[in-house]
Design a protein around this ligand. Structure first.
Ligand code: GLA
Length: 405
């Protein structure tokens, strides 16, 4: 249950029936709440930067899909001035502005300026991933004795939910504000048989920009038939806002990872990272070993693997910490998932032109996708990804930003 602080009035809901004339109007979470939270922030921080202000949520039209569905961009802003811009198309985090060590806000995610760009071609920039994050071998799995066939959209395997996964659908949006900060709630009903998966799956995702500069993503889902589910988030981060990510320093608390075959399907083994370029237990630059003569790195064209995080199953905690030396920005990834897909943008090749005309070069963004392990439906030895009627799927990711000098 999400608790609500008594000094926040009832959540401000955005009603989809409001006219576009009001779309750009800022929906304030209440003057009293804003003033109080500003004051609280100032007292707690002991200082105020020029970025402080009331918690805000606004929306503006962002174009239409080919089948005429209206897409909006929602802007969530906390009292520190940090800002997340999120689309109800694919739940895409289009922009995420957080402070560096000097207090300067900068955008730390890759993405595009227009919906047309997202509709044309995207390597899942900033998107919600479902129904099944990462690969399922040969697009086939068996559940309750029945074989299911999926599109092999990453031949010869199924990837990230199929041809039209959760990253490419229009979600039903609603704004709410609570004690943690402004939130965008997205809901979607994935019909029985959609992209080959069984069961009507009802999914809710709540994005919250927290007062301590975290982007919290909370997933819940229910089904009316046994199915498989593995939801994640595919933001590409670059904490410097430009250049490659090779100088970012990464720490992943994992003694083991899941090695893959040449098509990036786990072999089923949990391999110790000891003595390999996959050992990030002590903070190491991404670029330090990425080009080593290592079969696993060759298969992934760099890092594109699942780490088995050292913590008890289901315990919420740290999955990775990334530090960018020039800006002092630090990203911590937290979740209760057993695995983390660390992907270093190895399929970026300088052909995609993103926000502000920036060309996205090889390894100019990295993803930290908390998840169950790839191909779990075909690997009985991996933690189960089966969801049954009467159960509720829960998964929470926090991308928490801070700085160090
Ligand atoms: C995931 C996969 C990668 C790649 C990217 C999207 O991280 O593991 O292999 O498909 O998504 O380009």
């Amino acid at each position: 249950m999400r608790s609500r602080s008594p000094w926040f009035s009832a959540p401000t809901f955005w009603a989809p029936t409001r006219t576009d004339a009001r779309d750009c109007r800022r929906l304030r979470a209440g003057v009293i709440a804003g003033v109080l939270s500003c004051a609280a922030a100032m007292i707690m921080a002991g200082c105020a930067t020029s970025h402080t202000g009331p918690i805000e949520v606004s929306r503006k039209p962002f174009g239409q899909t080919a089948d005429g569905k209206q897409v909006y961009e929602f802007t969530l802003r906390n009292t520190k001035g940090s800002e997340a811009r999120i689309l109800n198309y694919g739940g895409i985090v289009r922009s995420l502005r957080v402070p560096d060590a000097k207090g300067n806000l900068g955008d730390v995610v890759l993405g595009y300026d227009t919906l047309a760009d997202y509709l044309k071609e995207t390597p899942y920039f900033g998107a919600l991933i479902g129904r099944y994050g990462n690969r399922i071998a040969r697009g086939k799995f068996t559940l309750d004795g029945q074989e299911y066939t999926l599109a092999t959209n990453n031949y010869p395997n199924a990837l990230h939910g199929g041809v039209k996964g959760f990253d490419k659908v229009v979600w039903e949006p609603a704004i709410l504000t609570g004690p943690d900060g402004p939130s965008l709630k997205l809901t979607y009903l994935s019909k029985d048989g959609e992209e080959g998966y069984p069961g009507n799956l009802s999914v809710t995702v709540i994005y919250t920009l927290t007062e301590d500069n975290g982007l919290k993503i909370e997933y819940t889902a229910t089904t009316d038939k046994d199915t498989v589910i593995n939801l994640t988030q595919h933001s590409y981060f670059n904490l410097a806002g430009k250049g490659t990510i090779l100088d970012h320093i990464v720490m992943i608390p994992a003694d083991k990872f899941t090695p893959v075959d040449s098509t990036l399907i786990p072999t089923g083994e949990l391999k110790p990272v000891d003595g390999t370029p996959f050992d990030f237990r002590t903070p190491t630059a991404i670029g330090a070993r990425i080009n080593q003569d290592d079969e696993q790195l060759k298969f992934g064209k760099g890092y594109d693997h699942n780490w088995v995080i050292n913590k008890p199953m289901g315990e919420f905690g740290l999955m990775a910490r990334v530090t960018e030396p020039t800006t002092g920005r630090v990203l911590e990834v937290l979740s209760a998932e057993p695995g983390l897909q660390f992907y270093t943008g190895n399929f970026l090749d300088g052909t995609l032109k993103g926000k502000g005309g920036q060309v996205y070069q090889f390894r100019s963004g990295f993803c930290m996708e908390s998840q169950h392990f790839p191909d779990s439906p075909n690997k009985p030895q991996f933690p189960s990804v089966v969801l049954k009627p009467g159960q509720t799927y829960h998964s929470t990711i926090v991308f928490k930003f801070s700085t160090r000098s």
